[in-house]
Design a protein around this ligand. Structure first.
Ligand code: SF4
Ligand code: SF4
Length: 362
């Protein structure tokens, strides 16, 4: 059965500005059945790593906060601590980064709570009994919220091909231990003969796992987080996914199982909004925002994260790219070694939603 995906483009005029159009689109979901007076609603988003600017603009987040408040519920903005060192590695610096990116109360009208606690250790075990995990550890703030709105900046991703709603809840609702379990086994292999000795890896590796000996770069497995960022930042191609030790779909499927666990106690109480704006090749965890791969497309929302991500991929692939209009599959072109389809296939297989959708244009 197909799921409904609502979509608005970014055209606006004197009759109706984009925020009014956005509110008109949200009305289709009948959120009164999801967000109830007196309850707490987690608004899950990514505040952007220090150095980025392509995350969701805070004024859109404020619109969602207002929508929740109109239901007399209590919203809070939330994300979890990152696995690697950076500007979001524990609750205090994460909140400081968010505020420096414009998510101050004075703008968004809502407090920020980092849902896996001060150092990323506050998780709740959720039984899922799936192929990789009998249980997953979900950030306690998200677990205990009564309902959730998932706001996602849609873009490319080095480990999953694209980053959409499933990635946002799969990786983003896990506590630190959960993130580690998903990345485990993704340590890269090295082609030392390609090294140009530029030293970029020494300063860029979030785990501080790379060293450069006289002969070659080396990775210390004790510190490697399996984050895959070295595949991007080393332009010489020294770091490759080790397909022998990590089947290509493993990280993706693990992430989808965490996504399943994050929704299990909120069936019918979550909706998803993908912002197809500032569509960069890489994710917001990188410390920079690269040029966009296609022009801004619009905003899509659904009750079904699988249908929403499928529709978002399709909308991106229908766009022209500035360098080469003939590229049909943008994400495969960006990350040829990643089967982005697997994210959607596996999510459908384990009951997270449907890849069939009906696109309703607002
Ligand atoms: S970033 Fe790549 S090319 Fe530069 S030193 Fe590290 S491994 Fe060598
Ligand atoms: S995957 Fe690469 S960038 Fe990430 S921690 Fe390991 S060596 Fe560093």
């Amino acid at each position: 059965m197909s799921s409904k995906v609502y979509f608005m483009n970014m055209r606006a005029d004197f009759e109706e500005n984009s925020f009014a159009k956005f509110q008109r689109m949200i009305k289709n979901l009948h959120i009164e059945n999801m967000i109830k007076p007196g309850e707490m609603t987690a608004i899950k988003l990514h505040f952007g790593e220090q150095g980025t600017f392509s995350y969701i603009h805070p004024v859109w987040v404020r619109e969602v906060v207002q929508t929740v408040k109109k239901r007399n519920a209590t919203p809070f903005l939330t994300d979890t601590t990152s696995l690697y060192a950076g500007g979001r590695s524990y609750a205090v610096n994460h909140i400081e980064t968010a505020i420096s990116h414009g998510f101050a109360y004075s703008c968004v009208n809502s407090p920020i709570i980092i849902s896996d606690g001060l150092k990323g250790q506050d998780g709740v075990k959720v039984t899922i009994n799936k192929n990789y995990f009998p249980d997953v550890s979900i950030a306690s703030g998200i677990y205990h919220a009564d309902s959730m709105v998932v706001l996602t900046h849609f873009k490319g991703h080095v480990l999953s091909g694209f980053g959409g709603a499933l990635k946002n809840i799969g990786m983003g609702c896990a506590d630190k231990a959960g993130k580690y379990k998903m990345h485990l086994g993704a340590m890269p292999m090295i082609k030392p003969e390609l090294c140009k000795r530029c030293l970029l890896c020494i300063s860029s590796c979030p785990g501080k796992a790379i060293s450069l000996t006289e002969e070659a770069p080396q990775i210390d497995s004790k510190y490697c987080l399996g984050c895959g960022q070295c595949f991007s930042f080393c332009k010489a191609g020294v770091f490759k996914i080790n397909w022998d030790s990590t089947p290509p779909d493993t990280v993706i499927e693990k992430m989808v199982e965490f996504a399943y666990g994050s929704l299990l106690n909120k069936v019918g109480r979550v909706f998803f909004i993908n912002f197809l704006l500032n569509i960069t090749p890489g994710c917001d965890c990188l410390p920079f925002s690269d040029a966009c791969i296609v022009p801004d497309i619009g905003i899509a929302l659904s009750l079904d994260p699988v249908a929403l991500d499928q529709a978002s991929v399709d909308l991106v692939n229908q766009q022209h790219v500035s360098m080469n209009n003939e590229i049909e599959d943008k994400f495969l072109s960006l990350y040829p070694q990643i089967n982005w389809q697997r994210q959607l296939e596996y999510a459908q297989e384990i009951g997270l939603g449907s890849r069939d959708y009906e696109l309703i244009r607002i």
